[in-house]
Design a protein around this ligand. Sequence first.
Ligand SMILES: *Cc1c(COP(=O)(O)O)cnc(C)c1O
Length: 377
Amino acid sequence: MRATRALIHLGRLKSNIAAVRAQVGPNVKICVPIKADAYGHGAVRVAVAAIRAGAAYLAVASPQEGIELRESGIVAPILLLSLPIPEELPIILEHRITPLIADAEFAREVAVVARETFEATGEQTAVHLKIDTGMGRIGCEPEDAAELADIVNRMRELKIEGTATHLAVSDSLDADDIAYTEEQIRRFTEALESIRKAGIDPGIAHAANSGGVALHPASWFDMVRPGILVYGYPPAPELADRVIVQPVMELETRIVFLKKAQRGQSISYGRQWKAERETTIATLPVGYADGLPRRLTNNARVLIGDREYPIVGRICMDQCMADLGPESHAKRWDRAVIFGPDPRGPSAEDLARQLETIPYEITCGINRRVPRVYLDT
Ligand SMILES: *Cc1c(COP(=O)(O)O)cnc(C)c1O
């Protein structure tokens, strides 16, 4: 057992999915993004818990992520959010991972690979059309959606199971951003209409990420794809009261060494921090190789018992030090929380704020050498 561990509170994951369910109502499907090893939480365990909590769909970013889920026995539909290269198509289809299609050329590539199965069994390969309504990443222009749908619809090997778009600023309360999101929703609605007018069923329509779930009911359509909300963080700090969720990941470690430092004594590489008075220093076996960014040096805190203490001196690759002050009662081997759901201590959002990033990057950055320990709480 390693001292530094990421506790994954699956009970909170389930209540976060329940909070999303309460927000969108009973008729909207929930697709849980499991990409990047479930935002660092561990893909397979999170996928199983998400399905038990009512997720209808899972989403991944790479074929390998989808294959990992399939090889663990997961049969739920899996959407591939990024466009693959043609060489990846055989393994994608073999594992029944649903690709997005954004143009006719790629549709033909998918159809060629799908042909063998279709001819042998008559089974069609499910695909989702992807429309770019303003994210500027992947997708066909909304005006071209009906034509693309028609091309795909004529391919006997393929079946349009859904139609998707992605929102660029759905997590912002800024008036221009709200107008931009509404315009994206309008364009998507028009594209769906044009597909229907061509006599084609666009299938499951989906657009909303966490920001859409929290702020834009018009973006919910038939399915939502909230990632960060399910992992327990609002998509932006201002949206904390829209859907109440709790962090799923808790990064904990233990005090492995305690010592007194004299006034003026320096701590860690570079000697940048010096004790201003006699104090107690705790050494923690967690560092930047575990995912505690070195740039947090002099800006991170740690929860020991019911109190927060500053991490002092440079964060090393595998260790860091905390200043417990002159009269701390902390003992060697005590538990120390780097971030977690406990409101008395730091959260991944606090760390993200210090680093001018988003909590996504903090949880995704927890290295694989940190064991994930799954709890029902
Ligand atoms: C990652 C991703 C999501 C989830 O985004 P959150 O901000 O975590 O809710 C939804 N849709 C697509 C296409 C994505 O790539």
